[in-house]
Design a protein around this ligand. Structure first.
Ligand code: NAP
Length: 294
């Protein structure tokens, strides 16, 4: 058996085209969706991520405002800047690129972003809304994973889903989204004694660990849907050194799984697509509640 390859590039293109259509419809009504992207310091990887996000906005009718601040920016200055963006009606989404310099507390910064503009979905209120099943912004990576799972046609109701990883940004929201889709969810982490005992009974496995080779073919139930969130590099001295790879050992899992995401080209492209979708949704909501709207 050979697994269906879940093409994150193709699906993200479809979703991005839909975003561009919605942005164009808003523009006709005089509203241009706006995303503020804040970068503090000079972390090279962050600079690349931010550039990609800004470029994606430009290509899809979303105005992006990129603010680059020196690493010496104080926490108080950043919080004041966020207050300004919260009050700016032309800005519908605010994103602060992590990691921040050590003297700035990330939790304080995330909580300073208005829930109405929290397009990363990282705030405590957004997380609470997800727990309670209320509308709100869903974190982009797990929400993108849900779209990838849905694209396989699997009916999640009553299925067993295993999420490996329990971070606030990926593992936990992923588990909640699967629960909301009526899956029976198991969350595994570094203290789980026998990971394979859980994954072997899973109809869906989502690996969000950050460790190459966490999931191997013998750990997967035949026909399962396997989503690989991991972003790792093949170490020096091994074949393909330096290349991007996931948490899943593709070579051994692909012959067993029913469907699988590749790395690269799986989850990665979906994250930005969902960020664009959240921003345009925020602009739509703002436009609908604007004075004079029927
Ligand atoms: P994280 O905050 O480091 O969380 C990793 C999780 O994996 C933790 O919950 C940890 O358990 C668990 N873990 C570690 N070793 C384990 C093991 N041997 N067995 C089972 N669980 C184990 O990472 P993250 O931010 O969630 O990201 C996870 C991966 O996804 C990373 O590779 C990251 O680069 C990637 N990522 C990709 C995208 C994308 O767009 N493609 C977006 C975000 C993240 P404990 O809680 O017990 O420590």
């Amino acid at each position: 058996m050979t697994a269906q390859l879940i093409d994150g590039i193709a699906l993200s293109k479809k979703l991005r085209a839909e975003v561009a259509r919605r942005a164009a419809a808003l523009k006709e009504r005089g509203v241009v969706p706006g995303l503020a992207v804040i970068l503090v310091g000079d972390d090279p990887a962050s600079a690349v991520y931010v550039r990609n996000k800004v470029k994606a906005c430009e290509e899809h009718g979303i105005r992006s405002v990129l603010e680059k601040h020196d690493a010496s920016m104080s926490e108080a200055e950043l919080l004041a800047r966020l207050a300004g963006l919260n009050a700016d009606p032309t800005i519908h989404g605010i994103l602060v690129q992590m990691p921040l310099p050590k003297h700035i507390e990330p939790a304080k910064v995330i909580e300073a972003i208005s829930t109405d503009k929290d397009v990363d979905g990282y705030s405590v209120e957004s997380a609470g809304r997800l727990v309670a099943g209320l509308p709100g912004f869903r974190p982009c990576t797990p929400w993108g994973c849900m779209k990838l799972i849905e694209s396989t046609g699997i009916e999640l109701r009553g299925k067993h889903a295993v999420v490996i990883g329990r971070s606030n940004t990926v593992g936990k929201p992923m588990a909640l989204l699967l629960l909301q889709a009526d899956a029976t969810v198991t969350v595994c982490h570094s203290r789980t004694p026998d990971l394979a005992a859980h994954t072997r009974s899973a109809d869906v496995v989502v690996a969000a660990v950050g460790r190459r080779g966490t999931v191997t073919g013998d750990m997967v139930k035949p026909g399962a849907v396997v989503i690989d969130v991991g972003m790792n590099r093949v170490p020096e001295g091994e074949p393909g050194a330096g290349k991007l790879c996931g948490d899943v050992d593709f070579a051994s899992v692909e012959p067993v799984a029913g469907a699988i995401t590749p790395v690269p080209g799986g989850v990665g492209p979906m994250t930005i697509a969902m960020l664009l979708a959240n921003t345009v949704a925020s602009a739509e909501r703002a436009a609908a509640s604007a004075p004079g709207h029927p």
